[in-house]
Design a protein around this ligand. Structure first.
Ligand SMILES: Cc1cc2nc3c(=O)[nH]c(=O)nc-3n(C[C@H](O)[C@H](O)[C@H](O)COP(=O)(O)OP(=O)(O)OC[C@H]3O[C@@H](n4cnc5c(N)ncnc54)[C@H](O)[C@@H]3O)c2cc1C
Length: 446
């Protein structure tokens, strides 16, 4: 990566200062492998002949990291702590509320680096760093294949409008890199007492202790992400295109929680998928085009989670139908309890509560039914966002917000008019039955 790479975003006009180390505030990209921000920070440390310190700050995310997510994230952080120690970098995890400790570190920093997330709290953190670091501060985008600003300079209408823009630049950005390492070891430099990376309960305590219990069918960390990817490429990718809409076949990667916490680079996934023997176009469409459309949405729209952000045609049609009878109609509590007359919906609700995961086709159906049953589209959106981010391990991601709003017409087009939905795309159980064995799914759901 050269110094004029579009991944680099200057956060202030300051210069490097005298100090003890280069500091990398690891925010979104919680990994060592193919982390452009970490590599850039190591290169700066080597250029200034000083060691590298990696700092994580937890708490203050919006939505907050749930207890369930905290355990998954902590498993990744433990592995990360070992890898950073092995490469001679310092590492400390601080509570975001502990500004004093972090500002103390910034006072000893030569250059401050961070990575780039696309939600409001990520933007606020970058702005804060630019203002409060007494030295030069730079953000490095590393969680998209094509950096969001290089792909497009505006919120895109749909996959069809962003696809050619991303594809034009894919060969430039979809490349492996040699991860740079700091040459000077961090040993002997005093650090403030931080949180214990191996103690997920301690990490959860500074995030959000509420919410569902952790799950044990999936383990966090880069090694596990790589293992899942290898298994998916060998066993499921060959049938991904034909069977990906069938939740009972489950020909999907389950990589979304790893991507959510930056535990694996989308570039690593995409390069390995391309190199696999099977046809990967359908999978790459989801991983790159759909995922980066969601990042584009949250990057360019500060109101990315608001009803008012929906396209005008969608709001107009939903409002025209706002007095339509909801039959049946359910409250958020009945929906969350999975206490409806729709067995497929109830099974999906049970699955997401028990496992923190749901197949994409069921997520679509789940959200569309809530829109149909809730007393107003605004109430439906609030309910969907709250449940999505409370239960899913991959919740609190740009994908969460873009897809929750998709159920209301975002990035989509008008369809034939129906009750309640208006011209927003409906989804019915008969449509679901044409795609897969719904009764089999209900029978086997938790
Ligand atoms: C109502 C609704 C809510 C959703 N909430 C979330 C969420 O909270 N977090 C989340 O990460 N995804 C969300 N999605 C998108 C999608 O359902 C999940 O990313 C996918 O099911 C994750 O499973 P996987 O990793 O096995 O997917 P795979 O099919 O193996 O796809 C690989 C990767 O491609 C990306 N991807 C797949 N489908 C989509 C999509 N429709 N839009 C954007 N990127 C996609 C994901 O990063 C995924 O990990 C939601 C979709 C809907 C319709």
């Amino acid at each position: 990566m050269t110094d004029d790479d579009p991944r680099l975003i200057p956060l202030n006009g300051k210069t490097p200062q005298e100090g003890q180390f280069v500091l990398y505030w690891m925010d979104r990209a919680q990994r060592v492998r193919l982390n452009h921000a970490l590599s850039f920070a190591a290169r700066q440390a080597n250029r200034h002949e000083c060691p590298l310190l990696v700092v994580m700050r937890l708490g203050g995310e919006e939505p907050s990291i749930t207890r369930r997510q905290a355990k998954f994230m902590a498993e990744g952080i433990q592995e990360l702590a070992d890898e950073l120690s092995h490469m001679g970098a310092g590492f400390v995890v601080l509570a975001e509320a502990d500004d004093k400790a972090f500002c103390g570190l910034l006072g000893r920093t030569v250059i401050a680096i961070t990575d780039v997330g696309h939600l409001r709290h990520h933007r606020q953190r970058r702005a804060w760093l630019g203002d409060n670091a007494p030295c030069q501060a730079i953000a490095v985008e590393t969680d998209l294949v094509v950096p969001v600003g290089a792909a497009s300079d505006k919120a895109e209408y749909a996959a069809r409008t962003i696809r050619p823009k991303i594809n034009r630049q894919l060969e430039r950005f979809l490349v492996d890199q040699t991860d740079e390492r700091p040459q000077k070891s961090f040993s002997g430099i005093a650090l403030p007492a931080g949180l214990a990376p191996h103690d997920w309960e301690e990490l959860a305590a500074v995030c959000d202790e509420r919410g569902p219990e952790p799950v044990d069918w999936i383990r966090g960390g880069h090694s596990e992400a790589k293992r899942r990817l290898a298994s998916f490429l060998a066993n499921d990718l060959p049938r991904y295109d034909g069977e990906r809409s069938d939740p009972t076949k489950c020909r999907v990667s389950h990589l979304s929680p790893y991507l959510r916490f930056g535990q694996i680079s989308p570039i690593e996934i995409a390069l390995k998928a391309r190199a696999a023997k099977a046809e990967a176009a359908g999978f790459l469409e989801e991983l790159i085009i759909r995922r980066e459309l969601a990042a584009n949405w949250c990057h360019y729209r500060d109101d990315y989670d608001r009803y008012e952000a929906l396209p005008a045609w969608a709001r107009a049609t939903l409002e025209r139908h706002s007095d339509d009878t909801r039959d049946p109609g359910y409250t958020a509590a009945e929906i969350e309890a999975g206490d409806t007359s729709d067995a497929a919906f109830n099974a999906a609700m049970r699955e997401m509560k028990a496992t923190g995961y749901l197949h994409n086709h069921l997520r679509m159906y789940w959200a569309k039914q809530i829109l149909r049953w809730a007393s107003s589209p605004q109430y439906a959106l609030e309910t969907i966002i709250a449940l999505n981010n409370r239960y899913f391990l991959d919740g609190g991601d740009p994908n969460s917000f873009a897809n929750n709003l998709w159920a209301f017409g975002l990035h989509d087009r008008p369809f034939q008019e129906n009750a309640v939905y208006g011209t927003v795309r409906p989804m019915t159980q008969s449509g679901l039955r044409r795609k897969f064995d719904v009764d089999g799914y209900v029978k086997n759901a938790p």
